[in-house]
Design a protein around this ligand. Structure first.
Ligand code: AMP
Length: 470
């Protein structure tokens, strides 16, 4: 350890040095600004250095990339350059291209000054240049499963020398249908390899996969299963699908929304939201699976650098995006899978910064909202309600009708098919500005109320909704 201290010139024992990280790697880790290890790193690095397999439950933002990369780098550096053509000594599998690019960036940062080669094998970009890159052999290969399978099948890559295998975001690989590719790839690697599996959640299939691939793993966990990070303030805005465009534009006019990611359930929806935003005078970048890799990377770079403050994304494309300082996440619609909600909102509130996550909910999405609330074990406070609830004081006959699905033949909350008066009035976000945390930090939280069940009194504690009174 004395060496490291001398190297750093601090005279103090470094946190990473205490975990077993040494030499150039320790220097680069500090140069990257990582002085104190994150909890996942403290838990996962020492056992990996001892050669143990790891089963980690951690989300993007926890520091998991360095947690698996540092031990691999440490071992590869210690072993020196020993590569055979068309082989990879370590393989990191990621579900999306963006995540793979991010992982490579992190590895390059941490490996600065060390002679470690990296390569990316991803779909959507030239296969030829990838084949060329792996031809002499590579130390660390970061890949998405589809293109990798293709290269292995064609004999352009051999995995028999791969002694380290990392599966990042295992649950997303599962969702994206990569699980059989992953199993086949793992089978082609060295039987005595060391394996790390990270997943943000732990569905039964992941536990099953872990059983098949990991040998006597150490289990590490930093965030409780499906629990959203504490520093994210969350809220729901009730609005009909038709109204969402206007609601969104009103929100985005608020300067407090400095850096916003807007999630759409579908690619088509993401394109439509982007177009509508542009028509409403906002500059927005869009990222989804139908875009070319170059377009996706450009969108991400523009957003990261701040030349656009709005990024519209689908769940899959946004997975693993690590852009610091995202102030708001807006769910333009609810995700099909409730677990995706946790990933979506996890794009904000990172690295100890505050974040705000707002979900726009049409009455047809009520059951999805309830599923989300079940998995995050929280009732989302209501930020605003644009469903046009009639004023119970002026028209008592209507007051119980609005939230009664049985009466709602027109799907608009009224039997006569007309929109109730007062809908869409005011700024829609209560007295306080949207970016003001206290406006939805719980002050209008309807105690024990279920969205869209019962009447206004129950939902708003006997008062008119503040948003409508404003
Ligand atoms: P990850 O979960 O790997 O995507 O990491 C999330 C973010 O945490 C990245 O932006 C990293 O640069 C940052 N990070 C990782 N480890 C540390 C550390 N020990 N200290 C400070 N920042 C870190």
């Amino acid at each position: 350890m004395t060496n490291e201290n001398t190297l750093l010139g601090t005279g103090e024992l470094s946190g990473f040095a205490a975990l077993g990280i040494t030499g150039a790697l320790l220097k680069a880790t500090h140069a990257a600004g990582f002085t104190e290890p994150k909890p996942i790193q403290t838990q996962a690095i020492p056992p990996q250095l001892e050669g143990r397999d790891i089963f980690g439950i951690a989300q993007t933002g926890s520091g998991k990339t360095a947690a698996f990369a540092l031990p691999i780098l440490s071992k590869i550096i210690a072993l020196g350059t020993k590569r055979r053509p068309k082989t990879a000594r370590a393989l990191i599998l990621a579900p999306t291209r963006e995540l793979a690019v991010q992982i490579e960036d992190m590895i390059k940062l941490l490996a600065k000054g060390a002679h470690v080669s990296t390569a990316l094998v991803l779909g959507g970009v030239s296969r030829f240049s990838q084949v060329k890159k792996v031809a002499p052999g590579v130390d660390i290969l970061i890949a998405t499963p589809g293109r990798l399978t293709d290269l292995v099948r064609e004999g352009d890559l051999v995995l028999a020398d791969t002694k380290w295998l990392v599966l990042d975001e295992g649950d997303r690989m599962l969702d994206m249908g990569f699980i059989n590719d992953v199993k086949r790839i793992a089978k082609a690697t060295a039987p005595d390899r060391q394996t790390v599996l990270f997943s943000a959640t732990m569905p039964a299939e992941i536990a099953e996969l872990a059983k098949g691939l990991l040998k006597n793993p150490i289990r590490v966990e930093v965030a409780p299963h499906s629990t959203a990070a504490a520093e994210i303030v969350q809220g729901v805005v009730f609005a009909r699908t038709k109204q969402k465009r206007q609601v969104l534009s009103t929100m985005l006019a608020d300067e407090a929304m400095k850096s916003v990611i807007i999630f759409s359930r579908t690619k088509h929806g993401a394109d439509r939201v982007t177009k509508d935003l542009e028509r409403d005078g906002f500059k927005a970048a869009v990222i989804h699976g139908n875009k070319s890799q170059n377009a996706r990377q450009k969108a991400l770079n523009d957003f990261r650098e701040g030349s656009v403050r709005i990024l519209v994304a689908t769940d899959i494309a946004a997975r693993g995006i690590d852009v610091p300082g995202i102030s708001h996440v807006v769910n333009f619609d609810l995700p099909d899978e409730a677990e995706s909600y946790v990933h979506r909102i996890g794009r904000t509130g990172r690295n100890g910064m505050d974040g705000i996550a707002i979900t726009l909910c049409d009455p047809s999405e009520n059951s999805k909202l309830r599923q989300v609330e079940r998995i995050i074990r929280t009732k989302l406070p209501i930020v605003a309600d644009h469903l046009g609830s009639p004023d119970p004081l002026r028209n008592p006959a209507e007051k119980n009708e609005r939230f009664e699905p049985a009466n709602d033949r027109n799907g608009n909350g009224r039997r006569d098919g007309r929109r109730p008066g007062g809908e869409n009035k005011g700024n829609g976000f209560g007295k306080k500005r949207f970016g003001d945390k206290p406006a939805f930090a719980g002050e209008r939280k309807p105690e024990g109320a279920k969205p869209f069940k019962g009447n206004n009194k129950r939902r708003f504690g006997g008062k008119r909704p503040a948003a409508r009174a404003a």
